[in-house]
Design a protein around this ligand. Structure first.
Ligand code: TXA
Ligand code: MG
Length: 349
């Protein structure tokens, strides 16, 4: 299959291109498209066959449910059994935006889309191209992140091409995304809403709107053998080909630890990489040093993390060390993704 690659203006996407992309999805095809979090791999959410094709294109296990994307609150009631009481407040505060809510699904959603579950994850993204595409595609677009299973989510059109060229009909490229990490997922099917995946909408922000929220403890790394409640969180994720280790502690200890490790790796002939805060760049004599913003700026790390992991693979880096980042704001999500990429390998000094 030839994958058509279309560049769009982020603020003023060509309506004709979006109409064509919408027609591709309506006729059962797949289109990678930008959202404010990461790129999505979109297919018709109400068509079982489209969901099957999404799993095949990603190489993803079909028990891992997809997120259904909508572009209007009016379209919500048809796909859920009833609208949970928390929805108006949460939607008022965070939709359109980087929040996914899990609810009981209606008959309209085929079980292929939800990986056999009787619940459905719903998101109303804020990206212009995403909203226009969902409308043109008929209002319901199933979209996981647009990466091959196991790889980092895609944050640019080029990354989508790298992973999905020849496997899908079309890629809409509107430049790099704004947030860089996938949406926060909150499960509304329980008495107390529970965060299943941290993202740009933080625990604190949710508490301010709906009071009590619980958190699936498996998402913060400490692997205690329990299965995470979002099926997708259990799979190996984001892991770069090189071995990644997170080093946490006071900066002078972290610096010493990583420098010693780099020296050993160099002696062993290994190609090395480091992820660190901007102000520590000069501290690390590695083959490839990646930094994004200062230690205080979690949003900059969030935006760049998946690109860094992909770049290390392209550069053939074999040993990677990352400083730990602040857990403030989106920092909690950054550390969650970093821990998964590291296979939970962390040294605490
Ligand atoms: O930001 C995002 O959410 C991006 C963009 C494209 O919208 N999408 C995304 O989709 O990250 P995906 O498929 O890569 O991750 C969806 C996660 C998976 O971990 C999946 O297991 C979980 O959501 N999930 C989906 N439906 C669920 C459900 N009904 N119950 C529990 N977890 C669910
Ligand atoms: Mg994903």
């Amino acid at each position: 299959m030839i994958t058509e690659y279309i560049r769009l203006d982020r603020d003023d996407p060509d309506p004709e291109a979006i109409r064509r992309a919408g027609a591709v999805i309506r006729s059962g095809g797949l289109v990678a498209f930008p959202t404010e979090t990461v790129y999505g791999l979109g297919g018709g959410a109400l068509q079982a066959e489209s969901s099957r094709r999404i799993y095949a294109a990603k190489g993803r296990p079909s028990d891992n449910p997809l997120i259904v994307h909508i572009c209007s609150m009016e379209d919500l009631p048809a796909i859920v059994e009833d609208v949970p009481s928390f929805v108006p407040a949460l939607a008022g505060a965070f939709w359109p935006g980087p929040l996914t809510m899990i609810m009981k699904k209606s008959e309209l959603i085929p079980s292929e889309t939800t990986g056999g579950l009787d619940t459905v994850a719903v998101r109303f993204p804020s990206h212009k191209t995403a909203m226009a595409l969902i409308r043109e595609a008929g209002g319901y677009v199933a979209a996981p992140s647009a990466n091959r299973s196991g790889r980092p989510s895609t944050t640019t059109g080029e990354h989508c091409l790298e992973d999905l060229d020849g496997r899908i009909e079309m890629i809409l490229d509107a430049g790099p995304v704004g947030i860089g990490l996938e949406s926060t997922i909150v499960d509304l099917t329980r008495d107390v809403p529970e965060i299943l995946r941290p993202g740009a909408v933080t625990e604190q922000m949710l508490r301010e709107v709906i009071g009590n929220v619980s958190v699936d403890r498996t998402i913060y790394g400490e692997d205690d053998g329990r299965a995470p409640r979002a099926p997708g969180m259990k799979y190996r994720h984001y892991a770069p080909e090189g071995e990644l280790l997170i080093v946490e502690g006071g900066h002078s200890e972290v610096r010493r630890y990583i420098r010693d490790a780099l020296e050993r790796d160099r002696a062993a002939g290994k190609k090395t990489g480091v992820i660190c805060a901007e102000e520590h760049r000069e501290d690390y004599p590695a083959d490839s040093v990646k930094s994004a913003g200062s230690a205080e700026d979690e949003t900059a790390v969030a935006r760049s993390l998946f690109r860094f992991l992909r770049d290390f693979d392209r550069e053939g880096v074999e040993r990677i060390y990352s400083e730990a980042f602040s857990q403030d704001g989106i920092g909690q999500a950054v550390m969650n993704r970093l821990m998964k990429a590291a296979g939970h390998r962390i040294v605490k000094l």
